[in-house]
Design a binder for this molecule. Structure first.
Ligand code: ZN
Ligand code: ZN
Length: 681
């Protein structure tokens, strides 16, 4: 029954379309209706900066403290529009600065007369931030809170001519009436921004305004009857309120791309090339009116257009060919890559630009956990079917961050430890003030190094190269990262490549330590055995400290405390012979204190003892589990059963799958077989 199924589908369409919103967006009314709207909600007449700032803060924020500094994270930058696909991580401080600039611009404190210049290395989040603003403005213009309006002219025959620059309808108000009307609108002070009217109508509207005024003998109320006000929905695709300009090669730039061009076909119709109706106001500056214009690689802009750009930002005016200056209302956002910025730092182009721009740094992320979120997001978006072995993403992210950090001058601190400190981890001997100092002294941190894009590409390669793989492990990605370095176009020479290779070695070593540690823990994660060992240790400890004997549970005989047992555990956490008495007394005091409060000591209460017991148990059971026999491939049934228990623990508690738990056991076994069983403390 094809007919029924079609109508079924149509029914589905009917159920899903939002007619209410559609009609809302198609609202149209007279000039008087619009005045009523503005009087009720003056926010509809906000300028582009106010709109953008309000958009960002409308999604709320979260405050937190880092290194004694309070930081605000704006939820907007999580990308509420496409489930986080453009979320910006790890740059809260820089984004805060950007939002502060927007706020000042919204209040008219000056930044609204500057180019906002996002500056950072290739592949930092500059375009992502611009994209978020654009998506946000589109969504905001469709919402009740962010709605805005423009107008069309209707002549006596009903023919419509829209304002080509989608201007604010209030701009139609005759000069003489503006103060009184604005006074009335702003009287209630319900918005943080009083409505202001800046600049004149565009050339087309000015022309029509004069014509119509002549017809109606100067009666504005009659003119207003020729105006239809409409809801304006911003849309980059439809070229409404959002523009993007990317300079082509230097000889090929044409000002018409920015400010529009003569329409030769229409000259015949209107009789003159100075009739504004024979002009296409479709340059990016015209298109972006009421919203935002993004200048990609703004420093590549030809000097001839630099003055267009500066005029647009400082005066809010552009000059289309043959016409008077035309007022614009749009946020001007440029971005530039760090190498380009440095190249131009001392030339006169930059001189002119420098005090007319507000530079916001958008560096690479220098916190491994934040960097990892980028790649995690990629995996989620691609819906990768394979399991991602533990530490895979973290290891790649750690490497990326290490390439961006400056070597610490303090030789007590390794580069990895610095990265960990930046990530908010505690390292003995280093305080928050140290971290602040480290951050301050590193001048170019985050402006150089490996871009996230490189890692993303290599992860893609690894996925393509291993089709049908059930589990991605760090080596698959580290190998890609390594082999890609030779073709990396942005690396400046062999020295840098060499350093990045060394850092790959550093993160491999770190990975090795982590998995060794995990396997050790999994092997010794036998709680009963740990508890027995702990009980044994404490009994002997008490006897030692109180100078008593220990009762042998088997023979009942009173014996001297077992010094060999005590030391074999203490040595695991590097307690030297000379310090053992202090350690034992301290622990005993603690246990006694607990007893006074009616509490019983448990080995999990003391982190160091816990670790020491684990390591001791690992040492004792390592040989009975015969992990190293994995390397020789001959595994007897009894050993296999023990190994399976460890494997299951890795799966249950450490996030491994069937494949990578086997792999990692094999890998760690090979390390032990090499004789490198030195445990990590
Ligand atoms: Zn206009
Ligand atoms: Zn796995």
């Amino acid at each position: 029954m094809p007919a029924a199924s079609v109508s079924g589908l149509l029914g589905m369409i009917a159920a899903h379309q939002d007619l209410g919103q559609y009609q809302e967006l198609l609202w149209e009314g007279g000039f008087g209706d619009y005045l009523d709207i503005v009087r009720q909600d003056p926010g509809v007449a906000r300028n582009a900066y106010q709109r953008l700032y309000d958009l960002v803060v409308s999604y709320g924020h979260e405050d937190y403290t880092e290194y004694k500094k309070s930081i605000r994270r704006y939820t907007f930058f999580d990308d509420p529009f496409e489930q986080g696909s453009d979320a910006v991580f790890g740059l809260d401080v820089h984004l805060m600065k950007l939002v502060r600039v927007l706020h000042a611009a919204a209040l008219g404190y000056g930044p609204e007369r500057r180019v906002i210049l996002l500056h950072g290395p290739v592949g930092s989040s500059k375009s992502t931030i611009a994209r978020l603003f654009k998506k946000g403005l589109e969504a905001y213009s469709r919402s009740e809170k962010g709605r805005l309006y423009s107008f069309v002219w209707v002549d006596a025959n009903g023919k419509e001519t829209p304002c080509p620059m989608n201007e604010e309808p209030l701009k139609l108000l005759p000069e003489s009436t503006r103060p009184a009307v604005l006074n009335e609108i702003n009287g209630g002070s319900r918005t943080p921004y009083p409505v202001r009217l800046e600049g004149d109508l565009c050339p087309v509207c000015r022309h029509l305004y004069r014509e119509v005024m002549r017809e109606v003998h100067g009666d504005f109320l009659e003119l207003a009857k020729r105006i239809k006000v409409r809801r304006l929905v911003l849309s980059e695709r439809d070229r409404i309120g959002i523009g993007t300009f990317q300079p082509k090669d230097e000889k090929n730039q044409d000002s018409t791309e920015l400010t529009g061009d003569i329409n030769y076909r229409l000259i015949a119709e209107y009789g003159s090339d100075s009739d504004p109706r024979a002009f296409n106001f479709d340059g990016e500056f015209n298109v972006a009116n009421r919203g935002l214009i993004e200048f990609i690689e703004v420093l590549k802009l030809d000097v001839a257009f630099l003055y267009d750009l500066l005029g647009a930002s400082q005066e809010h005016r552009v000059k289309p060919k043959k016409f008077a200056q035309t007022h614009i209302d749009e946020v001007i956002l440029g971005h530039t890559n760090e190498p380009e910025f440095r190249r131009l730092q001392n030339n006169e182009y930059m001189e002119a630009l420098r005090d007319r721009t507000i530079k916001i740094d958008v560096p690479y992320i220098t916190r491994p956990s934040q960097e990892a979120r980028i790649y995690q997001k990629d995996f989620n978006r691609r819906k990768v079917a394979a399991h991602i072995a533990p530490h895979t993403i973290e290891t790649a992210a750690l490497w990326a961050v290490l390439t961006r950090l400056e070597e610490p001058s303090n030789h007590k601190l390794s580069l990895i430890q610095k990265a960990r400190l930046y990530d908010g981890r505690a390292i003995p001997g280093f305080t928050e003030d140290h971290v602040k100092e480290l951050r301050k002294t590193a001048k170019r941190e985050g402006l150089e190094g490996i871009s996230p894009r490189y890692i993303q590409d290599k992860i893609s390669n690894a996925l393509v190269r291993n089709p049908g793989v059930t589990c991605m492990n760090p080596f698959m990605i580290l190998n890609e990262l390594d082999s890609g370095l030779d073709q990396h176009s942005l690396l400046s020479g062999d020295e840098q490549k060499e350093r990045f290779r060394e850092l790959l070695g550093v993160v491999k070593q770190e990975y090795e330590d982590q998995v060794k540690n995990e396997v050790q823990k999994a092997i010794s994660a036998d709680e009963g055995a740990l508890r027995r060992l702990s009980g044994n240790y404490i009994d002997n400890l008490r006897a030692y400290v109180l100078k008593e004997k220990v009762r042998n549970a088997f023979t009942g005989a009173a014996e001297e405390p077992n010094e060999r047992l005590l030391r074999s555990i203490e040595e695991k956490i590097d307690i030297p012979e000379g310090r053992k008495d202090d350690f034992r007394r301290e622990l005993m005091n603690y246990i006694a204190g607990l007893a006074l409060d009616g509490k019983t000591f448990d080995y999990t209460m003391n982190e160091r003892l816990h670790r020491a017991l684990e390591l001791k148990l690992f040492e004792d059971s390592k040989d009975s589990i015969k992990l190293t026999s994995l390397v020789t491939q001959v595994v007897d049934a009894e050993t296999q059963a023990k190994i399976n228990i460890v494997k299951q623990r890795l799966i249950d508690h450490y996030g491994y799958c069937e494949t990578c738990s086997s792999d990692v056991l094999q890998y760690v076994a090979s390390i032990f077989a090499r004789g490198d069983a030195s445990p990590r403390k």
